[in-house]
Design a protein around this ligand. Structure first.
Ligand code: ARG
Length: 257
């Protein structure tokens, strides 16, 4: 955990936990204060697989009883009944929110703060909502991606009540390495963002999915929100775990839960 990347991730994850304890800010999003920096409100039911986790992270339903999130959002592997997953709503304060506790956590084997930023959370019971399939080839590691979350609207901003969304273009490993140097693990991470900045995920979005349409127009997950230098800064793309790299590991790990 001595790299810049690890420090950034740790700082942001701790920030997210602290922020999660603060009451959610009700009210409207506007262009300058939209969670998922530079985003807009998601419609109810638009991304039914989106999950909010009580430690202040996002996630996606990999199966109806397993949430895929980031390794840096959890503390390790084993039995764990301390996490609450909230699903089925864009408004976290909605009376119709589905809330289910965790039973187990599986953090990526070998996770040490650099790369391998994925984890699975087993839920106490299945949630009857659509799941998000994960990319198991690099075929979709390009184009324009959608990101969503209840995280901060800007660096240092608060967690949000309503789910927000934004789109960000793929950034090549070479361009991303010019921003982050050896902190980037190009074989395990995929970057996205605009050269001019302005649109990005941010603190509290970690663990949530980055996704796009596949050839059948179905949503497919290509990334997991992981880290970045600040949020939405010019020439500092968001860094996401490269789901295609870990698809087999994720599938095998899920089978053990
Ligand atoms: N590590 C952050 C979290 O725990 C996510 C940061 C994403 N940053 C970015 N610039 N895309 O929520």
């Amino acid at each position: 955990m001595s790299t810049l990347a690890a420090l950034l991730k740790r700082t942001l994850a701790v920030g997210a936990v602290a922020l999660a304890a603060v009451s959610l800010q009700p009210g409207a999003a506007n262009a300058s204060q939209a969670p998922v920096v530079g985003g807009t409100r998601a419609a109810q039911g638009e991304f039914p697989f989106m999950v909010r986790l009580s430690m202040g992270c996002g996630g996606a339903l990999y199966t109806q009883q397993i949430v895929l999130t980031a390794a840096h959002c959890v503390n390790g592997s084993g039995n764990n009944t301390s996490i609450t997953a909230t699903a089925g709503v864009v408004d976290l304060n909605s009376a119709s929110a589905i809330k289910v506790k965790s039973t187990k956590v599986l953090q990526a084997p070998g996770y040490n703060g650099k790369g391998k930023d994925w984890a699975l959370i087993k839920l106490a019971k299945p949630i009857n909502l659509p799941t998000l399939k994960i990319a198991d080839t690099k075929a979709f590691d390009n184009g324009t991606f959608t990101v969503a979350g209840w995280g901060a609207t800007r660096e240092g901003g608060g967690q949000q009540r309503y789910l927000m969304k934004a789109t960000v273009p793929f950034v090549s490993d070479a361009v991303c390495q010019s921003a982050y140097g050896s902190d980037l693990v190009p074989g395990e991470e995929i970057c996205a963002g605009l050269p001019q900045g302005g649109v990005d995920t941010c603190q509290g979005d970690s663990g949530g999915p980055m996704f796009r349409r596949d050839d059948n127009n179905a949503w497919i997950q290509v990334g997991i929100v992981s880290w970045g230098e600040g949020c939405a800064r010019p020439n500092f793309p968001g860094v996401y775990s490269e789901v295609s790299t870990f698809a087999t590991d994720i599938k095998n790990a899920a089978a053990t839960l």
